[in-house]
Design a binder for this molecule. Sequence first.
Ligand code: NCD
Ligand code: ZN
Ligand code: ZN
Length: 462
Amino acid sequence: MTEPYTDRPSAQKTKNSGTGEDSVSPQVLIRNVLVYGEGAPTDVLLGDEQILALGTDLEASPDAEVIDGAGRILLPGFVDLHTHLREPGREDTETIDTGSAAAALGGYTAVFAMANTDPVADSVVVTDHVWRRGQEVGLVDVHPVGAVTVGLAGTQLAEMGTMAAGVGRVRMFSDDGHCVHDPLIMRRALEYSSSLGVLIAQHAEEPRLTAGAVAHEGPTAARLGLAGWPRAAEESIVARDALLARDAGARVHICHASTAGTVELVRWAKAQGIPITAEVTPHHLLLDDSRLETYDGVNRVNPPLRERSDVEALRRGLAEGVLDCVATDHAPHAEQDKCCEFSQARPGMLGLETALSIVVETMVRPGLLDWRGVAKVMSERPAQIVGLDDQGRPLEVGEPANVVLVDPDAEWTVRGPELASVAHNTPYEAMTLPGKVVATVLRGRITALDGAVRPGTGSGVR
Ligand SMILES: NC(=O)N[C@@H](CC(=O)O)C(=O)O
Ligand SMILES: [Zn+2]
Ligand SMILES: [Zn+2]
């Protein structure tokens, strides 16, 4: 477990194909930037994989790439605990390549790729492939999530230890898309996870309460004639798993919290000292079930869009730190699987490239979070939750050069086909949103700048 990645590349050194020689990528100098959006404008020099200097009128090497940071904000690179990249199996909707591009453009330096691929990531063969392919692309660290149970079937524990010991060093396990609903299996998974020092992330959905459900159970679904998904389907599992975690002395992480009741249950559990953490998605922070009036399948998602009162409670819960972090649940789907009858549409929506803007819209603009708070919920807390020691670090000399440069004043209009993902299922189509990622830097190397990725600079690991 404590072994380092055996083939982690030295990202500052990129292979010169053919020559076999390593070349060092140039320094990056960001001028006059507001670090965490605070204080006076500062120069930040990045190189040799680290933050080399912070100060005024810094000098860089002659070949350094200089980026104007005036009016812009520097934050630690974002970490997404919940991404679906669809490789292997559904490369017609997303690949590790295209998903990595979306992540870099969204300001992410690390993402966790969920296990519900085809084949399922329930073996070290698949999890190591995902890690290696992510390093080969080189735009973002793609950490594989391992399945808790074989085939996500919920009956037999997967070989978590083998996946944790692999090159991909799996540190988070989830059957996401499915709930580990059998309490005895969940209990064993938690016990096993604490001895391995890994995290179980639960998709909280009591399946007996959601059979056939496609929308939040409430007045809107009733009026539209859509089968309802009650809040209790989520909350009963959150409560149960908090108690199982307490008894196992294990940590548990709640995926995509969607109800006011979940916020209160997590608040209660934390007050008891139970080691529980929770994430909220951008879409649950912004959208509610009034979106369903059009019967547009793009709005179908699990858990479903809830009511305005839930949206408000989720925002408050995130501001108060009851909900720990924002995770995208980026879920690409093919057009034929979304542009169909609502109840037939696959659940899920894109999220990587729009996450920051939704957080600005729902949390920063209303004064619920400042930019320090954004760093916390999009970078620091997720890195801590999953135990990444090279992400979510303070912006200080000697720390890893994993950063994102944000323009807080820029606005942009979302166009699905212009996003980097293969699939286009964004619920924000044609919406004008605030806040834009200007640059993303992974271990001192620019991965995205002014809306374009820098491809072809991967480590070449095979
Ligand atoms: N969120 C979704 O609606 N869908 C996810 C699975 C999941 O996160 O439960 C997917 O894989 O498409
Ligand atoms: Zn889920
Ligand atoms: Zn998911």
